[in-house]
Ligand binder design. Structure first.
Ligand SMILES: Cc1cc2nc3c(=O)[nH]c(=O)nc-3n(C[C@H](O)[C@H](O)[C@H](O)COP(=O)(O)O)c2cc1C
Length: 189
């Protein structure tokens, strides 16, 4: 069983990466392999609405000059997908939104993520994280993915890199989330 963790933050070693990393560490202790895909910080295009993906049904976007097709392939070949985005002006980072718009259409038309496990995580300095959490979960649910919960919504109160580790409740929430992902993957396997 394999999990892909997508870091939608341009900070490679920031709070989103740390949250995803702590989940992957716990899953690894349960024998589940994990990999981080660094999405944030790449130049990405948004969806052009050209319908090429719908007309061709080949599991990829017509634009192959950025990392979105690679990210879609990684999601399609994993058993569980974690998408993390920091809260930016109460919404997703640009890179995460590009993945959702372009990957969402491609994956949905071919059922590429159907019945895989999906988990959204977001760090936030103060406010707006629920919108990020819900936006990613909306993506998972329309893909017919199965979304486990945790002891709190999957966020941490964190501003500067390193803050996540100081947020006791955030760390506990990621731990419980990892337990529930692991349990669910075992049931679905
Ligand atoms: C452009 C930008 C917009 C942000 N918008 C918000 C916001 O709306 N609400 C908030 O509480 N924090 C906001 N933050 C703070 C980040 O969510 C916070 O620093 C987070 O921990 C960053 O995660 P990272 O270390 O993975 O990049 C913003 C930060 C940036 C750079």
């Amino acid at each position: 069983m394999k999990v892909i963790g997508i870091n939608g933050s341009p900070r490679k070693n920031g709070n989103t990466a740390a949250m995803i990393g702590s989940i992957l560490d716990d899953l690894s202790n349960n024998g589940i392999d994990g990999e981080i895909f660094q999405l944030g910080g790449n130049l990405v295009r948004g969806c052009s609405g050209c319908n090429w993906c719908k007309d061709n049904q080949v599991g990829r976007c017509v634009f192959s000059d950025d990392c979105i097709n690679e990210c879609i392939e990684k999601m399609a070949s994993a058993d569980a997908v974690i998408i993390g985005s920091p809260t930016y002006f109460s919404t997703l980072t640009t890179e995460t939104k590009a993945l959702i718009d372009r990957g969402g259409r491609i994956c949905r038309s071919q059922g590429l993520l159907r019945r895989k496990v999906g988990a959204a995580v977001t760090p936030v300095r103060r406010a707006g994280s629920m919108n990020v959490f819900q936006s990613i979960n909306n993506f998972f649910l329309i893909q017919e993915m199965i979304v486990p919960g945790s002891s709190y919504w999957n966020m941490s109160l964190a501003a500067a890199p390193g803050d996540y580790e100081k947020d006791e409740e955030g760390v506990k929430t990621m731990k419980t989330l990892a337990e529930n992902i692991s349990w669910l993957m075992g049931k679905l396997n």
